[in-house]
Design a binder for this molecule. Sequence first.
Ligand SMILES: Nc1ncnc2c1ncn2[C@@H]1O[C@H](COP(=O)(O)OP(=O)(O)OP(=O)(O)O)[C@@H](O)[C@H]1O
Ligand SMILES: [Mg+2]
Length: 638
Amino acid sequence: MDTNADNRVNALNARADHFGVLKALLVYVWPANRRDLKVRVVLAFAALVMAKIVTVMVPIGYKAAVDWLTGEAGAGGVSSPSVMALTTVPIFLIIAYGVGRVMMIGFAQIRDVLFTKVGQNAVRQLAKRTFIHLHNLSLRFHLERRTGGLSRVIERGTKSVELIIRMGVLNTIPTAIEMSFVAILLVFYFGWDFLLIMGLTVTVYLWFTVKASDWRIAIRRELNDSDTEANAKAVDSLLNYETVKYFTNEKLETRRFDSSMADYERAAIKTYYSLGVLNAGQAFIFTVGLTLCMLLAARGVVQGTFTIGDFVMVNAMLIQLYQPLNFMGMIYREIKQGLVDLETMFALLEQEAEIKDPPGAKPLEVVRGTIKFENVYFAYDPKRPILKDVSFEVPAGKMVALVGPSGAGKSTISRILFRFYDVTSGRVLIDGQNIRDVTQNSLRAAIGMVPQDTVLFNDTIAYNIRYGRPDATDDEMREAARLAQIDDFIQTLPEGYDAMVGERGLKLSGGEKQRVAIARTLLKGPPILMLDEATSALDSHTEKEIQDALDRVAKDRTTLVIAHRLSTIVHADEIIVFEQGRIVERGTHSNLIAKDGFYASMWARQREAQKARERLAHALEHAEDTKIQARPDPVAAK
Ligand SMILES: Nc1ncnc2c1ncn2[C@@H]1O[C@H](COP(=O)(O)OP(=O)(O)OP(=O)(O)O)[C@@H](O)[C@H]1O
Ligand SMILES: [Mg+2]
């Protein structure tokens, strides 16, 4: 399924490292020219630290309250609880405990609000940069790549930007800070042995989490694969609805679908099992550490070195720490997946465009619009040459036609003129300027392209016509439609110009689509015109309409026409006959007929076919007539 381009991206993937990706991401979180965002980052970080300070203070307050209640005021520095203190101080401490908890949540919320804008800005900038880059990449890249795959790369990439930032800023960094605070407090209040136990516990805990998560990632992949598989089978089966009915193969389809669903079922169950293993393991490891610490603290209480408050505090502090640690498995998995997705997107951003403007390229200056091909050789794939030594000229304002069998390389000429590809050798000149030396933008602005297969945007007809010149007025747009002979058709639509054309324009017929394409090229109004006639057979009436539209567009412009119906180019100033990428004949229509070569035989064949069609049409008409005559008169029969 993977195409060459996919493989290239994958190869790039392997080279990029996670650290590099994070560093590249940093540019978007700390954007050079956005002071406001930097201020936000700093404030959010301050809120984060504050939240964590309050978090670790809460167990200390808790301890003080317990000490007061149990009459061990040592920590508070008061000798023994008086009657008044018994009622007011613990109340004060308990309220402080409550306020602390509220502040803990409050600061965390402030941090989130402050940081959201930074994160969303990063997502938008990266998505925009990728989008621009994709339009800069050359046609070859886009043809080799599945468009659906590309949009998934962007979607996943931008999603993981958000995810990595959120997970990092809102969880990983805060947890690390909390752990350092806890470490300091452990040493300060309890001693090094506590720190050692907790240090070991957290290390084993994290090691286990990473191992178990890696195992779960594999299971997760299995789940995703079987999900995709089942989905693909269902879609394919329903797309082939009619075929399934032709062969009454519903049972077979159900079996295929169900066997994929069975895989999914197995993988889903495994996912839940593995989650259970992960959670249980984490709880076990942490509880061992916690219990050891509590045993030590209890011994201290018995020996009189610790108060009951201390005992409560160590428990509260560690249990509190367990909460963020518990998410570590999920966070590790998500960040790991996120980094892979992000790497794919960065690899895409590193793809070099094949066709580039040379440094200091000047815009194309079109004086009269003479096109010249000089000894052009070209191959899409070096192993298979397409154009061989092609030379011709389209003088300014004249019309030259390219004809020849399917696959001869006619449309290839149009792609080269538009600089979708560069020639292997030889030159293409417009008014004496090599198209490789001018900017692609100016070159493309000068050429109106009516492609062989027109694809439309899934929007209204008006939108698609106006695409030729987005600032055109309604009147100009309608005028273009009239000239392109599509206005009458649009009037018959209930929604007129606001009718939607459907995905890729599928709601319009081939002929209608091509006339929309002609209308938008008319609006663009370029000095040079490149028309690639549709191959699909059009009825002679539509053909005539398109022909008239084309003649109008071509008037006074340098025009290169690729024709399949020779009748449409009888009047061309020169006809160039291609066969297998070579020019085999050239001249005017009458010259070529007189020569009695390749063109003359193509002409004869098309005439023959045309005559046959006319005869058939005539015969059908005639058959209708005789049928009507032959029908017995019911009255006379009586
Ligand atoms: N992107 C591509 N990569 C590789 N080969 C290609 C590519 N596009 C076209 N070709 C090949 O180049 C040859 C010439 O194609 P081209 O589209 O120029 O033919 P054509 O003369 O316009 O034919 P038709 O009359 O059917 O439109 C064909 O054999 C085609 O298979
Ligand atoms: Mg073609």
